[in-house]
Design a protein around this ligand. Structure first.
Ligand code: SF4
Length: 650
């Protein structure tokens, strides 16, 4: 395959590299359209939002609702009228003479459910905001009385909801097969039906292939060729040899801890350099292994390494917020509430059968959006290993909790420990009869695959003893571009020893374009890794730019992952509820949308995994606005129209 310079990255560079060329203006990234109209112009750098036009579109999208909002003389009157309107709309979909497509009816039902939830007084009380009141005041032109400024993101949510409740979602607008009635291939029989259907499936298949070509992996020859050059440059810079490269200890000794090697070996924007400098000056954890650096494109014009850079080169906004938080004692980094689920130092437990042990709290390199970076002070911090006393006490804790049968050793990254240290922990855990599985959670196959040595494999094999005890490996590839011949070799060594390897990826703006994750799943399966979880990223202000709305994860699952064979899409999209644990996002009954805030953020009520087992209260989560996310995609050269159904995933 011939790789072309990515359009995406060119645009991104224009935006990020303004410090290099002061005359270059920031590309305006205001959103382009309401993602529904047919005639959409795709990317307008100087686009200006016409707020009034959006508002008019809102009222035009459902004149009945507009009239209710305009004419009611109190909030309670408008609420009553709207509930009645939604009741009527719902009954209408059960009418025999309702000629909406049956799938569109399903969207109507879903939109009505969501709308009712948003205008319910209890949800206004719990979220301390009334979207209904804002809509009412906007319709009555009483803008000065609004509680907060209402964003275009908010208006777009309601344009879609207003349309959705009357069956005008337009989801199937462009689909000639599924407008109304039965598609052609179901009206006919036999070979002819099969041939007609083949055309449709071939069309979809061809379009998937086109998307996949946008995301090369490191297994592709051309990428491997320029990475061989990168490797030589890195070795020259550090005075290393080929043997050194294959020795993980050499990499750990040369972990990059400031901007100089980056400046010498790859193109870096001034902003990236300043961000790294500021992080280093302020002791914000930062580090990159020489191997991982060799995966970066030396020139911007190649443009495939965005996900790799974004993981380890902190954005300035992130560094500034981290510095600010350092001085604010009210801010807790422990946004997952791990302190509250840790019965003893080093152990975390949120489930009856699973517990985590964290003997080591640093890593070979530092991921900017790491959920645990509040615990990690410095890359390769010499004091990162817990004391022997603490580790022994944590291991002894398992004796008193015999229902825990599955133990995850994580950190930090436990694979940065010495083999002897890992051995000691494995030996103690393996001696406990109630423990039937030990998982090692590590990014090593991605950031330092040479660490998976033959000695290490032999050590694991000593404990991997089915059916009594399984050793499994859980890793974290984020992007196809991280999949390399070296990482494949590391994974294959584990697989040859009978050890399963699973992947937990975090869904971020860096891997969330159409079919980007599909490509990752395919590449992972190709090297022997089973996709396990897709984590929704959440929580922290300093990394909000990386975040993807929940609606996009659901859309990806339904419209992209679903096209893959079942063996390729084995991961489950999950939301990790602070203090409680994983909520399966596909289980619609375990979360619901309860409000849309002025900035367009959705508020979700997440139910605990214990639902229907034991009563634990739900958790309210404020998501990133869909509009802001689409804006970011547009800035990266994506056609936001391609994502237009996102509004209908709740
Ligand atoms: S390797 Fe894992 S624990 Fe370490 S910084 Fe990255 S995500 Fe966090």
């Amino acid at each position: 395959m011939t790789l072309k310079t990515s359009k995406h990255h060119k645009k991104k560079i224009t935006k990020k590299s303004h410090l290099h060329s002061p005359k270059l203006k920031w590309v305006s990234t205001r959103l382009l359209d309401d993602v529904f109209t047919d005639e959409v112009s795709l990317f307008k750098p100087e686009f200006k939002v016409d707020y009034e036009a959006y508002l008019q579109r809102l009222w035009d999208s459902n004149t009945d609702i507009h009239n209710i909002l305009k004419s009611a003389n109190s909030l309670e009157a408008v609420r009553d009228e709207l509930f009645n309107y939604l009741d009527r709309a719902e009954r209408k979909i059960f009418d025999i003479n309702n000629d909406l497509h049956i799938l569109e009816k399903s969207t109507v039902r879903e939109c009505i459910r969501v709308f009712r939830s948003i205008i319910g007084p209890i949800n206004e009380f719990r979220t301390e905001f009334s979207a209904l009141e804002s809509l009412w005041k906007l319709a009555q032109n009483r803008r000065k009385e609004l509680q907060s400024e209402i964003s275009v993101g908010f208006i777009l949510e309601f344009i879609n909801l207003f349309r959705g409740v009357t069956g005008k979602s337009n989801i199937y607008l462009e689909n000639t097969q599924v407008k109304k009635g039965i598609p052609e291939f179901l009206k006919i029989r036999g070979k002819h039906a099969a041939i007609v259907r083949m055309e449709i499936l071939d069309d979809i298949g061809t379009s998937v292939q086109k998307y996949l070509k946008k995301y090369p992996s490191g297994l592709e020859e051309e990428v491997a060729t320029w990475r061989a050059e990168n490797k030589k440059k890195v070795l020259r810079y550090f005075n290393g040899t080929e043997d050194d490269w294959n020795d993980y200890k050499w990499h750990l000794k040369h972990v990059i801890k400031d901007a100089s090697p980056l400046l010498a070996l790859i193109e870096l924007t001034n902003e990236q350099k300043e961000a790294v400098d500021k992080a280093v000056r302020n002791k914000i954890a930062f580090g990159i292994t020489p191997y991982y650096l060799s995966l970066m494109d030396t020139r911007f014009s190649i443009g495939y390494d965005h996900a790799i850079r974004a993981q380890v080169i902190p954005p300035m906004e992130y560094v500034e917020k981290m510095v600010e938080y350092r001085t604010n004692p009210d801010i807790s980094y422990d946004f997952m509430g791990e302190h509250d689920t840790s019965p003893i130092d080093l152990v975390t437990r949120r489930y009856p059968i699973i517990a985590i042990i964290k003997p080591f709290n640093t890593c070979a390199q530092i991921c900017v959006y790491c959920q645990r970076n509040w615990e990690i002070e410095r890359v390769m911090e010499p004091r990162a290993l817990a004391t022997k006393e603490k580790i022994d006490a944590a291991l002894a804790w398992f004796d008193k909790h015999k229902s825990v049968g599955d133990v995850l050793i994580t950190g930090g990254d436990p694979m940065v420990m010495k083999d002897t240290q890992i051995y000691r922990i494995l030996k103690v855990l393996a001696s406990k009869n109630h423990i039937y599985r030990i998982r090692i959670g590590s990014r090593i196959p991605v950031v330092l695959p040479m660490r998976i040595t033959n000695d290490f494999i032999n050590m694991l094999s000593e404990f991997h003893n089915p059916p009594k005890l399984e050793i499994a490996f859980v890793t974290h590839f984020e992007h196809s571009y991280e999949v390399t011949p070296e990482s494949m070799e590391a994974v294959q060594k584990l697989r040859r020893a009978g050890i399963s390897v699973y992947n937990q990826h975090v869904y971020t703006v860096e891997n969330s374009r159409r079919f980007e994750l599909v490509k990752l799943r395919r590449d992972l399966k190709a090297i022997g890794v089973d996709p396990y979880y897709t984590f929704n990223m959440k929580g922290k202000d300093e990394t909000s730019k990386y975040m993807v709305p929940i609606a996009r994860i659901l859309q990806e699952r339904k419209e992209e992952a679903r096209l893959l064979p079942g063996l390729d899409r084995t991961d489950e999209p999950v939301f990790n509820v602070p203090r409680l644990g994983k909520n399966h996002l596909r289980a619609g009954q375990d979360h619901r949308l309860v409000m849309i805030l002025p900035d367009g953020s959705r508020v979700y009520e997440f139910h605990p995994w214990e639902k229907n087992i034991t009563p634990v209260p739900p958790y309210n989560y404020v998501d990133v606005p869909i509009y802001d996310y689409l804006e970011e995609l547009a800035a990266r050269g994506e056609n936001v129209r391609d994502y237009r159904t996102i509004w209908f995933y709740y």
